[in-house]
Design a protein around this ligand. Structure first.
Ligand code: ZN
Length: 143
């Protein structure tokens, strides 16, 4: 099985029919993220139950990578605590920067591992990390 094509499919799927792309009624927090180098523009909306992210969704427009990365991230962080989500953000950014030497560490990123090869495409790195930085900003506001 060719893992790369599986990953590409996953990105295309999240880009085309993202169940996470809608506005979130009664959101507790909304954070806007913009990547001028590509034109990606997202608004991330979050709901909290104490310190747990109980629901999340996004709206916006941009390239397939930015949209898929946002959708995959939302799948990953729903139901996680703020602390756990921040740790996942750090792991994802470290993966894209190629700062992670132990591949076992990447396993907690689940589907987001599909974006690992973006680290070899410098022009697309900002597209992939946009939503993660946006989430980090939102969570730091909450803390
Ligand atoms: Zn982009």
């Amino acid at each position: 099985m060719d893992l790369n094509s599986v990953y590409t499919e996953l990105i295309m799927e999240h880009n085309k029919n993202s169940r996470n792309k809608h506005s979130l009624e009664g959101a507790d927090l909304s954070e806007h993220g913009h990547n001028p180098s590509c034109g990606d523009d997202i608004t991330l909306e979050l709901k909290f139950d104490e310190d747990i992210i109980s629901d999340a969704a996004f709206t916006g427009s941009g390239c397939a990578i930015s949209q898929a990365s946002t959708s995959i991230m939302i799948d990953l962080i729903k139901g996680k605590s703020i602390e756990e989500a921040l740790e996942l953000v750090e792991t994802f950014i470290a993966m894209i920067k190629k700062d992670i030497k132990d591949p076992q560490e990447l396993r907690k990123l689940k589907d987001a591992m599909a974006l690992k090869n973006i680290s070899n495409m410098p022009a697309r790195v900002k597209c992939a990390v946009l939503s993660w930085y946006t989430l980090k900003e939102a969570l730091n506001e909450r803390n």
